[in-house]
Ligand binder design. Structure first.
Ligand SMILES: NC(=O)c1ccc[n+]([C@@H]2O[C@H](COP(=O)([O-])OP(=O)(O)OC[C@H]3O[C@@H](n4cnc5c(N)ncnc54)[C@H](OP(=O)(O)O)[C@@H]3O)[C@@H](O)[C@H]2O)c1
Length: 270
């Protein structure tokens, strides 16, 4: 299949104020795309505008909370009014949570599901009619290695990312007859602000991982997946190893993960 061209591509991208989404927006604009970018922090969106003034692409930003139905309607409405279509929807915004499920307050599961699953699913529903009018349309979901293999103390996040992946797999087949591609890129630990904005988590909550990637690199690989229409991509070697191990040796993987969780628990206790 021919590569997708970034020049003139009309993209709606969520979570553009930091990390992977910030870098993806910059790289898409460098490639000549037109991007409607959204997130809650206006100062960060203003900085993004300032830093991309010289880019060949065109950037519009709309601030707002993606868990609000009215904000999602506003985004789709903007695309309808200005583009009458949409070529690519990037569902990137997300947040994590760390800590034992039993000790979490009642709200945590719902808040994580709202931003990591319901918001992208409902935004997508609003955008399908617009994507049907787009050029070689695609929905690119930013998943996680934890959408393929769950780990302890991140049960809410794993649940939300597994839900996103299952939903995307179903949608991929549903939307194939109208020519809309559904792609998923799954990063592992990325050095973004993700661990500074955990939902209802202990301030000392830590995430253990072998290695990490820069958000610039993750953005580059995600755009490559979009350009080449890769349906599913796990980005790191460590992530691929965890997923394969979990598939072929689930019991051993459980025991290793339990040991790692225990060690991390001891390390954070005085
Ligand atoms: N970092 C990792 O280790 C890692 C690993 C695997 C997958 N991922 C996934 O990668 C994606 C991007 O995360 P990141 O690493 O770039 O983290 P990040 O730097 O924290 O970025 C998250 C983005 O989502 C936005 N966001 C969060 N809640 C929102 C809400 N309620 N409404 C609107 N926007 C919201 C944030 O903007 P505002 O706060 O300004 O709203 C921010 O722009 C997420 O889906 C995450 O699950 C991350």
């Amino acid at each position: 299949m021919a590569k997708r061209r970034l020049e003139g591509l009309r993209v709606l991208l969520t979570g553009a104020s930091s990390g992977i989404g910030y870098c993806m927006t910059k790289q898409l604009l460098l490639g000549g795309a037109e991007v409607l970018a959204t997130a809650r922090r206006p100062d960060r969106l203003a900085r993004l505008v300032q830093e991309t003034l010289e880019s060949p692409g065109k950037l519009t930003v709309i601030e707002g909370d993606l868990t609000s139905a009215a904000h999602r309607q506003r985004l789709a409405g903007w695309c309808r009014e200005h583009w009458q279509a949409l070529d690519v929807l990037v569902n990137n915004a997300g947040a994590g949570a760390i800590g034992p499920f039993e000790q979490a307050n009642n709200d945590r599961l719902r808040r994580v599901m709202e931003i990591d699953f319901f918001a992208p699913a409902e935004l997508t529903r609003l955008c399908i009619a617009l994507l049907k009018q787009g050029n070689r349309p695609a929905i690119l979901n930013i998943g996680s290695v934890l959408a393929h293999r769950a780990v302890p103390n991140k049960s809410e996040y794993c649940a939300a990312k597994f839900a996103l992946r299952g939903w995307a797999e179903s949608l991929r087949v549903e939307l194939a007859p109208c020519g809309i591609e559904v792609l998923m890129v799954s990063p592992s630990t990325t050095r973004s602000e993700f661990f500074d904005s955990l939902v209802d988590s202990h301030p000392d909550a830590k995430s253990r991982s072998i290695g990490s990637m820069t958000p610039e690199r993750v953005a580059q690989l995600a755009i490559r997946a979009l350009v080449r229409s890769k349906r599913e991509m796990i980005l790191s070697l460590g992530g691929k190893a965890l997923v394969s191990m979990g598939r072929w040796f689930p019991g051993i993987t459980d025991r290793i993960l339990a040991k790692a969780a225990d060690a991390s628990d001891k390390a954070t206790k005085p």
